[in-house]
Design a protein around this ligand. Structure first.
Ligand code: UDP
Ligand code: MG
Length: 329
């Protein structure tokens, strides 16, 4: 088992291909062959030398076996198995750390992102001398009303809260220059919100509009709980606005308290000071909740600081086929 840290991922650049394709997979056994067929066809069409880096993010189905099988008959494939499920963003980070290409395509393995977009994305990158071509979803087929609405809202709130210009309605489907990949690999942050990190890096970033398909097979690895934690990573990673919200709330509560003081003084003068305990209790509770909320927000950032300062490796690789010499290769 090898422990990999982003700062120590130097590769012997033997025969670096022109293009790397990174596809993270969590329980994608059923759809992997279909994905590979379309992805390989799209890569062959470009005429470029390429490698496909498959990352098995702790699947519990036959995903790894399928990868090993596919690799046996195709030297373009490389396969990486993480020691457990580290989550989409880290699986992508693992793939990025291994990608040697001059350009790197990040693509989901569930065929929601069309592999055939590769050609047009490469052309866009050339035409604009771009560092990044990011897929922008014009439509999302086969996703629930709730997922679409919450995603829409989330991207807009994030844009509003953050000073980094993170484009709305984009996923991780994108083509990156090796320069961007090198920067990403050198960024040590634990809570990885890759599309935010890429936006933060700047340079020339151009959109490629596409229609997001529904899943070929299998099911989403982003249940509601994960979507919330993903949103929290994005917001706390790219915005200090929630912390500032505490200050705004504090200002508001001071204003209310002063108003209340005026009311109390006036009622003392009028001789009716005894009544109103219920409303006082309510107000007390209200301020109590404001305080708790503020403490909670501070705790959230503090917790993240605590996690961050450990500087743990982002992922642990259990098996690796292709690329670096490794056991079993
Ligand atoms: N994925 C992963 N690890 C996870 C969750 C997802 O590697 O913990 C992979 C998954 O196999 C797919 C891609 O990341 O190729 C996108 O995930 P998913 O389709 O579940 O997300 P959605 O499209 O529903 O947002
Ligand atoms: Mg998907």
């Amino acid at each position: 088992m090898t422990v990999q840290h982003p700062e120590t991922t130097a590769h012997p650049m033997s025969q670096a291909p022109a293009l790397s394709i990174v596809a993270p997979c969590l329980n994608e056994a059923a759809g992997l062959d279909a994905f590979l067929a379309r992805m390989i066809a799209a890569a062959e069409t470009t005429g470029l030398s390429y490698e496909i880096v498959l990352v098995d993010d702790g699947s519990t189905d036959q995903t790894w076996a399928r990868m090993v099988q596919a690799r046996a008959s195709n030297p373009h494939l490389r396969a990486l198995r993480l020691s457990r499920n580290f989550g989409h963003q880290r699986a992508l980070s693992a793939g990025l750390s291994r990608a040697r290409g001059a350009r790197v395509l990040l693509i989901d393995a569930d065929l929601q992102d069309p592999p055939e977009a590769l050609g047009p994305m490469l052309a866009l990158m050339d035409a604009h001398h771009a560092d990044v071509v990011y897929g922008r979803r014009l439509e999302r087929a086969g996703e629930s009303w709730f997922k679409k609405a919450s995603a829409r809202l989330f991207y807009r709130v994030l844009r509003w809260l953050s000073s980094t210009d993170i484009p709305a309605d984009t996923g991780d489907f994108r083509l990156l220059s090796s320069r961007i990949v090198a920067h990403l690999n050198a960024m040590p942050e634990q809570q990885r919100y890759l599309r935010g990190m890429i936006a933060w890096l700047g340079g020339t970033q151009v959109p490629y509009d596409y229609r997001r398909e529904s899943r070929g097979t299998g099911q989403t690895g982003y249940p509601l709980r994960r979507m919330f934690s993903f949103a929290a990573d994005a917001i706390t990673g790219f915005s200090m606005a929630p912390l500032r919200l505490c200050l705004a709330l504090a200002g508001l509560s001071i204003g209310l308290a002063l108003g209340l003081l005026v009311y109390v003084l006036a009622s003392v003068v009028a001789g009716s000071a005894v009544r109103g305990w219920a409303s006082l209790a309510m107000i007390f509770l209200f301020f109590q909740s404001v305080q708790l909320l503020c403490i909670g927000l501070v705790g959230e950032y503090l917790g993240r600081l605590f996690m961050e300062q450990k500087r743990r490796p982002l992922f642990i690789v259990a098996d690796e086929l292709g690329g670096d010499p490794s056991p079993g290769d």
